[in-house]
Design a protein around this ligand. Structure first.
Ligand code: MLT
Length: 335
């Protein structure tokens, strides 16, 4: 009698265990990984986090996306390749780190092509941006879901105030491994040092390089004020930070899930646009509070603009799909 009581108890416990484990697997979540080149708090983080929250909400809590900031899963260019291979699900990177894999995207890294946030929004969200999304899927195996906007890349250095191209001479400046950006600095008379983003802070700290360029907010969240003193307010590239998904992963989803991913991407873009508009004006003060000196280039940046547009644009006509792509972009923004 006693034995059969304990046998019944055991069967009951096993049955409960089975039901619990079955219901657990019925609720199994989809877990994805997203890498971000920048630190928490920047535009990449805000856009990526919003996307992850929206995906979680749109799927009733069934999709969890884990964010890995500070290039923990590789350099930005490595993460683009890993998304192409399908070994990484998502990444948020600067547009200049996609260009090496899909040359036509170089249109958006041409110096002085995009002159304001409004122009960046018009170009990325209009037909030109849509075409570049398609080209990126074709060439790089990644799909741009969202565009985050970080503002103009400004020049920082640890050595001296820079206002003119003469002041720039002799400085060792880190640039991304991006042919258009390398050519821009060459047009200004110096040979820059191409280097992956996740090696940049250490290189600045150890004085392997004297300076670099990135938007104000990026410079702040990356704590560059600890290793850089002078900021020159050049406006040569308006930094776009696309959130990409592995096209392999995207194509493996159900039609319903694809719709939700695209919707979360569009909604995160709108959030990222508002985030940029709200914060860019405050960051300069945060940087000066940390001891940085901010200055404008001399003569409204005229010598910088003339040299870069004359030397760099024609050099890349072929890669971006022809001179007419520039004409089309300028027309779209009313210039
Ligand atoms: C770079 O300089 O390589 C990138 O612009 C960094 C970033 O993604 O913010």
């Amino acid at each position: 009698m006693r034995r059969s009581f304990w046998s019944v108890c055991l069967i009951f416990v096993l049955a409960v265990g089975l039901v619990v484990s079955m219901s657990y697997s019925a609720q199994a979540k989809t877990e994805w990984k997203m890498c971000l080149g920048d630190a928490k708090g920047g535009t990449q983080w805000e856009c990526g986090l919003r996307f992850a929250e929206l995906m979680n909400a749109y799927t009733g809590g069934d999709t969890v996306i884990h964010l890995f900031p500070n290039g923990q899963l590789g350099s930005e260019q490595e993460t683009v390749q890993n998304c192409r291979l399908g070994t990484l699900d998502f990444s948020v990177v600067a547009i200049n780190n996609i260009t090496p894999f899909s040359k036509t995207v170089g249109l958006f890294t041409l110096p002085y092509l995009i002159l304001s946030l409004d122009e960046a929004v018009t170009l990325t969200q209009g037909p030109i941006g849509q075409k570049l999304v398609e080209n990126t899927i074709r060439d790089a195996g990644v799909r741009i879901l969202s565009w985050a906007y970080s503002g103009f890349r400004v020049l920082t250095n640890s050595k001296r105030p820079v206002r003119t191209l003469e002041d720039l001479k002799g400085l060792v400046i880190r640039v991304p491994k991006n042919a258009i950006m390398i050519a821009s600095y060459k047009s200004w008379g110096i040979n820059p040092t191409p280097m992956a983003w996740n090696e940049t802070f250490t290189a600045l700290q150890q004085k392997v390089v004297d300076g670099q360029d990135n938007p104000y907010l990026t410079n702040y969240v990356m704590k560059f004020y600890e290793v850089q003193k002078y900021v020159t307010n050049i406006r040569y590239i308006f930094s776009l930070q696309p959130l990409i998904i592995s096209e392999k992963l995207f194509q493996s989803q159900s039609p319903e899930m694809k719709k939700l991913i695209l919707k979360a991407g569009t909604d995160a873009t709108e959030y990222a646009r508002q985030f940029n508009a709200l914060t860019v004006s405050k960051v300069q003060k945060l940087l000066t509070d940390k001891g940085m000196e901010i200055m404008d280039p001399a003569n409204n940046e005229k010598e910088w603009i003339d040299k870069a547009t004359k030397a760099v644009w024609p050099k890349f006509y072929k890669e971006i799909g022809g001179k007419e792509k520039i004409t089309e972009a300028l027309k779209a923004v009313g210039r």
